[in-house]
Design a protein around this ligand. Structure first.
Ligand code: 5MM
Length: 338
């Protein structure tokens, strides 16, 4: 498949991406919150339960995996990437090695993982991956993000994306401006503008074909400790405006991260964005917490009750599928949940 076709399939109307690429440390935190032991067996059980649910075929275009997961064989027979492909979704892989302190500005981070990436990409392609993800993280503060952080992360994202296309996979480019802080929505807009400009400047220098990429950005929202509360209409308007002004029109898909918003907030905001989307971008979700929080709770109650875990996941995936069409409503949210 051509890269553009892969990107279109990942973000097809009514579908989105499941971010299940929590590294061992992050999944440890998630499991601790539900009192589940962080063992390889439990990680496999939780993830294969999600990947074999009804929602996969209908609402999920792609799944982002972690290195351990893409190499696992399920207890159902197929390998994890086979299980995902059998459900008509595309397996993808997180290839960065995490955000590390940035020398010269150690309170900020730069994402590492370029060394040996060409070789790792070949291995992941052979395991069935057809897209990848790299996440850069920017924090907002009185003197953050620094120019150094904006430039170094954009450069790494572009070198990553270029290598991924060489390996015939679609790069998800994820520049995440964190929600942490007491900044207002306009500060988020301004920082996201600066970040996106530098990212697309570097992608152009590194000859990345934008049609074969998916952007995974944050929405434009006030900081999580801000006194300001914005309506979903304002969030949608400012987010779409920021994307229209700063993302080149050739980009095929835009799949948001949930970034610490609640499940309902992230569905509601995505829905509002799609209601007013007058661009050619396929706009959808690439949620981790926004898709898994309720399913994780059910898993905490009883790891053997796969039906309840799948029911919770199916519901969230369906709600976000509706949001990707601008067809979600609070009535539907309650009706289906009941
Ligand atoms: C699922 O979490 C991903 C992995 O995080 P770590 O590398 O820190 O373990 C994360 O990159 C995720 O894909 C994005 O941040 C979006 O997830 P949310 O939960 O914000 O939708």
């Amino acid at each position: 498949m051509k890269l553009e076709e892969i990107a279109k399939k990942m973000c097809a109307k009514g579908k989105g991406i499941l971010a299940a690429d929590e590294s061992t440390g992050t999944i440890a935190k998630r499991f601790k919150s539900i009192n589940v032991e962080n063992t390889e067996k439990n990680r496999l059980l939780f993830r294969q339960t999600l990947f074999s649910s009804e929602a996969m075929k209908k609402y999920i275009g792609g799944v982002i995996l972690f290195d351990e997961t893409i190499k696992q064989k399920t207890t159902l027979g197929p390998s994890i990437p086979e299980l995902i492909s059998n459900n008509n979704a595309i397996p993808g892989i997180k290839v960065d090695k995490g955000a590390k302190p940035l020398a010269g500005s150690p309170e900020e981070t730069v994402t590492e993982g370029l060394d040996g990436l060409r070789e790792r990409l070949k291995e992941y392609y052979d395991l069935g991956a057809r897209f990848t993800k790299w996440r850069a993280v920017y924090k907002i503060g009185s003197s953050f993000p620094s120019i150094q952080s904006i430039k170094s992360n954009a450069h790494a994202l572009a070198r990553y994306a270029s290598l991924v296309q060489e390996a015939k996979m679609v790069p998800i480019v994820e520049p995440e401006v964190l929600m942490d802080g007491s900044h207002d929505i306009d500060k988020c807009y301004q920082v996201t503008t600066d970040v996106l400009n530098e990212v697309y400047n570097e992608l152009e220098i590194h000859k990345v074909d934008l049609k074969g990429t998916v952007l995974k950005p944050n929405m434009i929202i006030p900081g999580s400790n801000s006194a300001q509360k914005s309506s979903c209409e304002e969030i949608a308007k400012k987010t779409l405006d920021c994307l229209k002004k700063n993302v080149p029109g050739e980009v095929t898909g835009i799949a948001f991260l949930s970034g610490g918003q609640s499940e309902i907030e992230s569905s509601k905001n995505l829905n509002e964005i799609n209601k007013i989307n007058n661009t050619n971008f396929l706009i959808t979700f690439s949620y981790g917490r926004g898709l898994q929080a309720s399913a994780l709770k059910e898993f905490g109650k009883d790891q053997k009750n796969q039906d309840n875990v799948q029911k919770a996941f199916d519901h969230r995936a369906k709600m976000n599928g509706l949001s990707s069409r601008g067809e979600w409503s609070e009535i539907l949210e309650k009706e289906v949940a009941a």
